[in-house]
Every structure is written in C-alpha cells, then in structure tokens.
Design a protein. Structure first.
Length: 156
C-alpha cells in the first residue's frame, strides 16, 4: 500500500513521525488484507483547518482530532465506484496536530502514540469500521489496539 503524508502546517513535522505513520498504515493494510497498490493520504493540519473541514463536511462548527473521507464509499443513490484493484484509492485522513499534542499531554502518552492512534482510527473508518453501536465500537477499538501493539504503540 502507498501512504502519502501531506503537511499543511506552518512547520515541518518530525520526519520520524512521518515514517511512523507510513509504517503503521502499511502494517494495518497488511493485517486487514488491503490489496497491493491501494493508496491512502494523510494530511496534517492545524485546528483552524480541521474545524473548517468539520463544519463544511459534517456540519459541526468545532475542531476535532481526526476526519476521514473514504473515496470508495457510495452513498445513497450513487452508483458503486468502479475500477480495478490496481487503482484502489481508499481515501483521505486529516489529523489536527494541535489537537493531537493536547490529547497526548492529557492522556499522558507520547505524541507518536496519539498521532498513530488517530491515523489508524481514520484508516479503519476508510475500510468500513465504525463505532456507532457498542458492538461495532468494541470490534473497532480492539482492532486498533491489536495493530498499535504490533508497531510498538500499545497503551503504556
């Protein structure tokens, strides 16, 4: 799987963080059986930008930590997305680094753990996981912890 990391911040993020995100999402893709050649985009933004996206696409006028936008998710009345597996575009994940920094401090763990968690959370949403019911939340969150543990980002 190809993972593209984009930066819309005023500063460059730590290159180690970008490598970690790529490794984490590639590991998750292998564990989830994502076809070779699939692509995902992760964009690091500030609170103002994620608030704008949240307001525009979800109708919520507040910053959030992560948003994911699946590209292969046909909505009601839309035709299914066609295409071979060689061009499997999964979607886009947006992470507010400002919110991630605050949450890491509040939860008492590293920024790497928090950003990894958020990226994986968004990635699993792209694959169809959700947490809209207690049963689905349990499945999704258990899967997140399994994958995070395999890359050394388990809860401390």
């Amino acid at each position: 799987m190809e993972c593209f990391i984009n930066n819309q911040l005023d500063k460059e993020p730590d290159p180690a963080l970008e490598r970690l995100l790529t490794e984490l999402l590639e590991q998750a893709a292998r564990q989830e059986g994502v076809p070779h050649g699939a692509e995902v985009s992760v964009t690091l933004v500030n609170d103002a930008e994620i608030r704008r996206l949240n307001r525009t696409y979800r109708g919520v006028d507040a910053p959030t930590d992560v948003l994911s936008f699946p590209l292969r998710d046909a909505g009601d009345g839309e035709p299914p997305i066609k295409g071979g597996e060689e061009d499997l575009l999964l979607g886009d994940i947006f992470i507010s680094l400002e919110t991630a920094e605050r949450q890491a401090a509040a939860y008492g763990h590293s920024l790497e753990r928090e950003v990894g968690f958020l990226a994986l959370h968004g990635f699993l949403h792209l694959l169809g996981y959700d947490h809209d019911t207690p049963d689905r939340e349990e499945v999704m969150f258990r899967r997140q912890e399994e994958i995070l543990g395999k890359v050394g980002l388990a809860r401390g």
